[in-house]
Design a protein around this ligand. Sequence first.
Ligand code: BES
Ligand code: MN
Ligand code: ZN
Length: 504
Amino acid sequence: MEFTVKSGNPEKQRTACLVLGVYESRRLTPAAEQFDSACGGYLGNLLRRGDLEGKLGQSLLLFNVPEALCERVLLVGCGRERELDDRRFRQILNHTATALNDSGATEATVYLTDLAVKSRDLHWKLRQSVEAVEEALYRFDALKSKKDAPRRPLRRIILSVPHRRELAAAESMVREGIAMVSGVNFAKDLGNMPPNRCHPTWLAEQAQALAREFPTLQTQILEEVEMAQLGMNALLAVSQGSAQPAKLIRLDYRQGPSEQKPYVLVGKGVTFDSGGISLKPGEGMDEMKFDMCGAASVLGTLRACVELQLPLNVIGLIPAVENMPGSQATRPGDIVTSLSGQTIEILNTDAEGRLILCDALTYVERDEPAAVIDIATLTGACIVALGRHPHGLFSNHPPLTHALQTAAHASGDRVWEMPLWDDYQEALDSNFADMANVAGNRDGGAIIAACFLARFTKKFHWAHLDIAGTAWKTGKAKGATGRPVPLLTQYLLDRAAEQRREEA
Ligand code: BES
Ligand code: MN
Ligand code: ZN
């Protein structure tokens, strides 16, 4: 989709489709009002007759509107004006995109940035418009033999901006939205790919392909022998039951000052999580192909960084493995020595995410990071605790927590903080090793998993995002969400802005 911005009166637009809002009950938005007075009150009459109430989700496509220069007018219901919040704004844009895509118009001029969204400005609305439209139109049909794309799909959206003087800033907001969407869609495509195709080697190839596309990105792939030499035995213990070799994928983006410490993103890349010898129950097991969505979000965020040309140093690190049972697989009771030197008794082979992450986290110590954020579909318990709306957020550094909360608010990609208190640590005591990889009961499972990781992150500022509930949707709309690419990209945009302020 192509997005542009434009200022000017709605009645003067020669466009295939003009999109105007209607609040409940039957009240035109300011832009719609302006258009209507130029067209002799046609819309007002229609509303008075009762053709459109203005409820959220309603829409009405009009042809041959008297005296109008546009070919069509799409009226979209916006619900009650004083209830208009972030979520409803996104729903309105979502409905708009779907209706436009079905309309036959290949281009549209959208006057919805004048909607009054609670405590949000024009720039937020522009960026969200881009993201919501792309969200509505995303399809994963790479593996369908017949694609059911519309005959004349929507190709171009022009977003209205109230004043000329806002155009330049609006353009840069739209550019940000486009870069984020590019990262989100990349992460969705990787996440949705089936596990017979998306294995660690394929994931490494995707990283290499990304680096070929963008010269500011470099990749390095560590093979199992190299990981064994380093002593990454926790990671290798997860992989050893699988015929697919593990890969440690590293991406380097170095566009910041050379003395600037890097921001490091570590993404869980379990391309399929069967549970291993601690085999999972069969129901819904297909969804464990999404257990690499943390990895996908790292690749997506790096793609957004590159497209935004952020003046930062960013490292992406992806431990990629497949967790399978088999005669070579790790047994419950096995004890391994992690890269950190700490020994781990693996009591449950299904708690594999923390095993690959702990070695990856120790490995990044040598890069002297400014901050490390790991992203992982780590625990079913996080879904029990928080449901499927926010990511679970854990951190050993309050300013980092705060920065992520700020980025979550700005991007609409929400987080909720969970505790990392030492009180939880003793649940991981083992009689035979430095620690067990699981606790003896299910209490606070998401916190226990984070506490396990905390034992490997003492040397740097660290945050952990448990995305088990947010990385994909289940049920009829099953599919990867591309989250938390918006959150992470916003966090890095904020770091770049902070740095510019410091230089000034
Ligand atoms: N990948 C799963 C977590 C998961 C489960 C995410 C369901 C989303 C939906 C993870 O590797 C896992 O299996 N965790 C176990 C941990 C337990 C053995 C302590 C879990 O959550 O059951
Ligand atoms: Mn598991
Ligand atoms: Zn897993």
